[in-house]
Design a binder for this molecule. Structure first.
Ligand SMILES: NC(=O)c1ccc[n+]([C@@H]2O[C@H](COP(=O)([O-])OP(=O)(O)OC[C@H]3O[C@@H](n4cnc5c(N)ncnc54)[C@H](OP(=O)(O)O)[C@@H]3O)[C@@H](O)[C@H]2O)c1
Length: 356
């Protein structure tokens, strides 16, 4: 199952809206075939492993798969059918399908057909690997992750004249890995204008651009042709999100000429985050990492708009006195917490209580 998890991870960030899934077939305890789900529309991991085997599995063959095999027709036929047709008699599963409409059904069908099923092997790791998918498939709205790089006293902006990075290189590299996983990232207009970030993943392999949201209720970024997200080769993956009532025809024309998309949202300013989430859901964007400055972070917490918090905390105190701590007056607990030392920093990842 460890190997299956490793295989699944090869498709890091490339399976949305589907989960990452890996599969290994063993015979007599030896690996004879492997597979993983590479991209939506492509074969599921179990089918990829069966194809890689290229022959009928032997009587003692065992299929190990990180996620419960599907039992319904999606873009591909049900994997349960492929497993039964292959003659495999034992299936070892990591996580159950979190979709309430399916959960356990694939396993039940296998058992009814006389296949031996073992479940929950490395279950927690298999569940965790697909935390974005798990949220999406149950809630049918994107997982909104508030990410901050903070000092011990909650400062996101260093004092004037000091280096702009609050946290160390290990934390920054980790953020790039998440930018490769999440289908989308977001920043405010203020942060875009202050820092001109590229918002791409440049950790390993070719530069990768997730969908890049600019949260800009009043379209203040219009006309700023020098911003990286408006002029780099990935600018077709930049979406400026603002209030329809604030969009002037001349600004809409400017964005269009730059090849940048615009989402004008209905409603009042305080309803913005909710409408944005709904539009993401409608467009099939399953998760967003919001790289918030202090005011957007406070606004998200106040609005209950953050499902998870990713906090990189550096061992230092103090910041620009013009910026308040990012948590405002929030009284916040996290659940399902993972804590990872990262160079000199500490990374806290957890679910925001009261979120879903
Ligand atoms: N260390 C870190 O993790 C980190 C991350 C990002 C940025 N920063 C730093 O933060 C500084 C900028 O901080 P900031 O406080 O000025 O910017 P910010 O928090 O990134 O964004 C503030 C803007 O967000 C928008 N906003 C506020 N409430 C909102 C709501 N309910 N819904 C939608 N949008 C809302 C507002 O713009 P509109 O009213 O125009 O919509 C507001 O002006 C920069 O110096 C940057 O370097 C640090």
């Amino acid at each position: 199952m460890l190997r299956a998890l490793e295989l699944a991870r090869r498709a890091w960030g490339r399976t949305h809206p589907n989960p990452m899934v890996g599969a290994v077939i063993t015979e007599g305890g030896r690996v004879v075939a492997e597979g993983f789900h590479e991209a939506p529309g492509g074969p599921h991991a179990e089918v990829a492993a069966l194809r890689a085997l290229g022959r009928r599995p032997s009587a003692e063959a065992v299929l190990h798969v990180t996620l419960e095999p599907c039992c319904t027709h999606g873009r591909t036929p049900p994997c349960v059918d492929a497993i039964l047709a292959s003659g495999i008699r034992t299936v070892v599963v990591g996580a159950r399908d979190p979709n309430p409409a399916h959960a356990g059904r694939g396993l039940e069908l296998l058992r009814q057909a006389g296949v031996g099923v073992v479940e929950g092997v490395l279950g927690e790791a298999c569940v965790q690997q697909n935390f974005i998918f798990n949220h999406w498939i149950v809630e049918r709205r994107p997982l909104m992750v508030l990410k901050v790089a903070s000092t011990l006293d909650g400062r996101l902006v260093p004092p004037a004249g000091q280096p702009r990075d609050v946290t160390g290189p290990e934390s920054r590299a980790d953020v790039h890995r998440w930018r490769r996983l999440f289908p989308a990232v977001a920043v405010s207009a203020d942060t875009l204008l202050a820092d001109n970030p590229r918002l791409t993943a440049r950790d390993e392999g070719p530069e990768h651009a997730p969908l890049r949201f600019v949260l800009d209720r009043r379209f203040r970024t219009a006309g700023h042709a020098g911003l990286n997200v408006f002029r780099d080769p990935h600018r077709g993956r930049t979406v400026v999100v603002g209030l329809a009532s604030e969009l002037r025809a001349s600004d809409a024309a400017w964005f269009e000429a730059e090849g940048v998309r615009v989402w004008p949202l209905p409603g009042r300013p305080e309803e913005f985050l909710g409408h944005w989430s709904a539009r993401c859901a409608a467009e099939g964007v399953v998760g967003v990492m919001i790289e918030a400055g202090p005011r957007l972070a406070v606004a998200m917490l106040q609005a209950g708009a953050a499902d998870m918090l990713f906090a990189y905390v550096a061992p230092r105190l103090g910041g620009d006195p013009n910026h308040s701590p990012w948590f405002g007056s929030a009284d916040l607990g996290l659940s399902d917490v993972t804590t990872i030392p990262m160079g000199k920093d500490v990374f806290f990842r957890g679910r925001v209580r009261g979120g879903s």
